[in-house]
Design a binder for this molecule. Structure first.
Ligand SMILES: Cc1ncc(COP(=O)(O)O)c(C=O)c1O
Length: 354
């Protein structure tokens, strides 16, 4: 009998998705940049008034109420908004919509690994352009790739920096293909490329409720683009993508933006604390505008990350990223969580240096 592996699409033969799962739920999760300052209060507010007895019914096909709310927030038309089950779904849809087998996909590197993954699922030719040592982009080399789809993460995960706005503007203006700007962390950096993106007929702004909005478990994200571009994405999107509870919470979360703002302020002061402590321990940290810090380790990274894991603390080992062989990425959280991590780290580093 033919095995399931033999039935697999041949083109997926060498592909495997990066795994984000953490074995133990009670670990301190400083590894995935979710919002460690807690869940958005919108969840409980909506739960109190939500009509759960209506969950037998399908939600609106395109999450119209949420699209209306997002559109009014950004001064756009609802037809310039599409929502997804997390921004990951939108990254997937963009690749499905625009990549023919063999089309060129370009991104600076290192960056968020899922862009490349979805491009590979759709059989793109991957053309990554290394960041310069100061983590800036080589715009001319990116444009020289003549990519069908270019992905820029602004600010960039994992390097935690903002690219020059003019560099992104040049890519938006001169690329012949589709340009997707992922602003997952922009609520922390206080920046936005939306105006520039809306000036381009083939650009998309990707956003998420998983980071500053504190709703990673609910899975909601959205994309902003010209109506013609959104209509192209709609062609391949699953109907009823977002459940009705998530839709209601996401609307309320936008209404309650004060929570996001005050949490982001608190995050910044904890980020400065974490940065200072890491430096004092001999780590070389980099400026961050995100809710995570990257640092070059004074000791070997992989055994360190694994020893922290044994103590119930998860952080990201960045050694698989180009340019970041000796680096860790740590999500910023409340002081008590950071202190737990720093205490364990201090002991492990001292033992390894001695
Ligand atoms: C840059 C970036 N984009 C998108 C995502 C995906 O977020 P979600 O699918 O939870 O919206 C992440 C998650 O870590 C990310 O770092």
């Amino acid at each position: 009998m033919t095995s399931i592996g033999e039935l697999r699409r041949r083109t997926l033969e060498t592909l495997s998705r990066p795994s984000y799962s953490i074995a133990k739920k009670d670990m301190v999760l400083l590894n995935d940049n979710a919002n460690l300052f807690g869940v958005n209060p919108a969840v409980m507010e909506v739960a109190e008034e939500f009509d759960f007895s209506r969950l037998w019914a399908y939600p609106s096909e395109n999450s119209d109420a949420l699209r209306d709310r997002i559109a009014s927030e950004y001064g756009l038309s609802p037809n310039e908004v599409i929502v997804g089950n997390g921004s990951d779904e939108l990254l997937d849809i963009v690749s499905k919509t625009f990549i023919n087998p063999g089309d060129r996909f370009c991104s600076p590197s290192p960056t968020f690994g899922m862009y490349r993954f979805y491009a590979r699922v759709n059989l793109a030719t991957i053309c990554e352009v290394p960041l310069r040592p100061d983590f800036s982009m080589d715009v001319d080399r990116i444009l020289a790739q003549n990519a069908k789809l270019t992905a820029i993460c602004q600010p960039n995960n994992p390097t935690a920096n903002l690219f020059e706005m003019d560099a992104i503007r040049k890519i938006l203006a001169e690329s012949e293909g589709v340009v997707m700007v992922d602003e997952a962390y922009s609520d922390f950096s206080g920046t936005s490329m939306v105006e520039d993106i809306m000036m381009s007929p083939s650009a998309l702004d990707i956003r998420t409720f998983s980071k500053a909005y504190g709703l990673a478990g609910l899975r909601a994200g959205f994309a902003l683009a010209r109506e013609e571009t959104i209509n192209e994405l709609r062609r391949v999107r699953t109907p009823f993508g977002l459940n009705s509870f998530t839709e209601a919470v996401a609307i309320k979360a936008i209404d309650n933006c004060g929570w996001v703002r005050s949490m982001a302020e608190e995050m910044k002061s904890q980020r400065a604390y974490l940065d200072g402590k890491l430096r004092a321990m001999g780590f070389e940290t980099y400026p961050s505008v995100c809710n995570f810090v990257i640092a070059k380790c004074p000791v070997e990274v992989t055994p360190l990350v694994s020893a922290l894991g044994d103590l119930g603390i998860a952080i990201r080992d960045c050694s698989s990223f180009p340019m970041m062989k000796d680096h860790i990425r740590v999500t910023v959280g409340p002081r008590a969580l950071l202190d737990r991590f720093l205490e364990a780290l201090d002991q492990l580093v001292t033992v390894r240096i001695e």
